[in-house]
Design a binder for this molecule. Sequence first.
Ligand code: XMP
Length: 305
Amino acid sequence: MVDVDSFIDEKLGEIADAVGDANAVIALSGGVDSSTAAALAYEAIGDQLTPVYVDTGLMRRDETDQIRETFDYMDSLRVVDARDRFLDALGDTTDPEEKRHVIGERFIREFETVAKAVDADYLVQGTIYPDRIESEGTIKSHHNVGGLPEVVDFDGIVEPMRDLYKDEVREVARELDLDELVAERMPFPGPGLAVRIIGEVTEEKLAVAREANHVVEEELEEYEPWQALAAVIGKATGVKGDNRVHGWVVSVRSVESRDGMTARAQEIDWETLQRIQSRITGARENVARVVYDVTHKPPATIEYE
Ligand code: XMP
């Protein structure tokens, strides 16, 4: 990218030319790529673009509110409350890949419904250069919105940032006043908290995972991890007040990494770990213990599933 301003000018023209007077949709994930693509496309074609955010119920705490706030200026924004449908679809699925598959499928159906309702002929995507390279080799079936073009019948796909690297996307985002997204939260997997819950996904486990991830992100920010997370990994006995409880075990993980392919577990000081433990067990009556994961990648992956 030579210069941000001329990049933006050029792309605004390209998007407007590609879409003409038709309608387009984009799936917002809350991440910087799709948000930047949405902001660009909205500037190019205004309300001919419908940005769609599917609330899967598997996202981080406050994510949906933040999306509403950030994109408040887009009159055509659609927030789809699909929380119950995702939980229903997951049912008692426990296999990690099967969970990803169910979530990916459900996502496509939700998105397709909106695309049809607004009569969209074009799909805008926040694909960036590394995504195109990565999708050539797959380790896990990564659910972003990869399956959309094959399943939903569009006249065309518009990917304004397909040649950019992440740091260039951030420059564009900054230029478009998406500063709060540039400050950027850690990477978060497409299937969300579902891969931070071992086995069946239930409302109860989701509530624990959501709160625990919030605490961990907040407490570990100063360590500048590549990713810090909490996972609900099983049940164990604990004692709360005068009662023995059979509560959830939360595993905390914080890693340094350059590209997510390998990672090192971070050394965290005892006081911070204790604060995390006490905040999580204090916030959730049904958490019996908190452990810290010291495993590098390999042999462990970053996520738990
Ligand atoms: P793992 O767990 O394989 O994760 O060590 C490496 C990086 O990829 C992210 N990740 C995913 N991202 N869909 C995504 O969009 C997925 O299914 C998925 N699984 C893992 C993970 O958060 C880490 O940054």
